[in-house]
Design a protein around this ligand. Structure first.
Ligand code: SAM
Length: 270
């Protein structure tokens, strides 16, 4: 597949089923309860974003790029907790529209902004960000060397890269699909934790923090319970009716060690 058709297929995976117009109307309704079930699109929800945040030292006013920002939950959490300015970029223009609407609702448009673009060809000049943040995105990206070089390009010298990613586990039995980032093996690009560390380091980054989050992720999924009818919009409204099957498979893949999770912070040394 060409690069263009790969990104179109990934966009199709995320945008295929949900009703964006209904969701945008719901976001405009001040009486509707909207919480992290909608906008924290990764294992562990807001708690996982806080766990990574606890590992990152950056002063207020820093400019952070959230790569694969999804519906903007992590970006708003970072901006709100640390007074950073957060720019989000995501392959899906629809997700960027929803993320922007959620920031309008949260009165956070001065601190957060979202636009569509590809993580391996970022529309930003060299060295403009203090840090890059990315949660649960690289599993969709096969060109890892290009990705981590491109993230290094847009960060200033001494800047940071914070990662929270799913990785291939020690059990090499094939994954059960669909999972939240792919409906089939063709669009899932997992690497092992060791390979992840090698790929990022090879692109000019030095590891400062490296934590295995597999147990945290496995237990969070195991304790999630059966999906309840959500009080307000949730990721099911975005991803479609197979989203419970995706999270069920994710839980099972983690439970028997086919998947793991890593949290890491790197520093740019060139
Ligand atoms: C599982 S969601 C995670 C969203 C967000 N980081 C979060 O944790 O809430 C993965 C996101 O990565 C985006 N994505 C996948 N490949 C991408 C790429 N090459 N460039 C930019 N975004 C990408 C998808 O559109 C989707 O919004």
């Amino acid at each position: 597949m060409s690069t263009g058709s790969v990104t179109t297929a990934i966009r199709g995976h995320y945008e295929s089923q949900g009703s964006a117009d209904q969701l945008l109307a719901d976001i405009d309704d001040p009486d509707l309860n909207i919480g992290p079930a909608l906008d924290q699109f990764h294992v562990g929800g807001a708690k996982a974003t806080h766990r990574l945040l606890a590992e990152v030292e950056l002063p207020a006013g820093s400019h952070v790029l959230d790569v694969g920002s999804g519906l903007g939950g992590p970006a708003r959490l970072l901006a709100g907790s640390r007074k950073w300015r957060v720019t989000g970029i995501d392959l899906s223009p629809e997700f960027c529209r929803i993320a922007t609407a959620l920031s309008v609702r949260a009165d956070m448009t001065a601190q957060t902004a979202f636009s569509a673009g590809d993580a391996v060809r970022l529309p930003f000049p060299d060295g403009v960000f203090d840090a890059v943040w990315t949660e649960h995105v690289a599993m969709n990206i096969g060109a890892r060397d290009d990705l981590y070089r491109e993230l290094a390009r847009v960060v200033r010298r001494g800047g940071l890269l914070a990662i929270y990613d799913v990785v291939a586990g020690e059990n090499t039995t094939p994954l059960t699909f669909p999972v939240p980032w792919a409906r089939d093996a063709e669009h899932s690009h997992l690497v092992t934790a060791e390979m992840l560390r090698e790929r990022v380091s090879g692109a000019g980054w030095v590891a400062r923090v490296w934590n295995d989050e597999s147990i945290f992720a496995r237990d969070w999924l195991a304790n999630m319970g059966a999906p309840k009818a959500p009080a307000g919009p949730s990721l099911r409204h975005v991803m479609g009716d197979d989203f419970p099957a995706m999270t069920g498979n994710l839980r099972d893949n983690f439970a028997d060690g086919r998947l793991g999770a890593v949290q890491a912070v790197f520093e740019k040394n060139t």
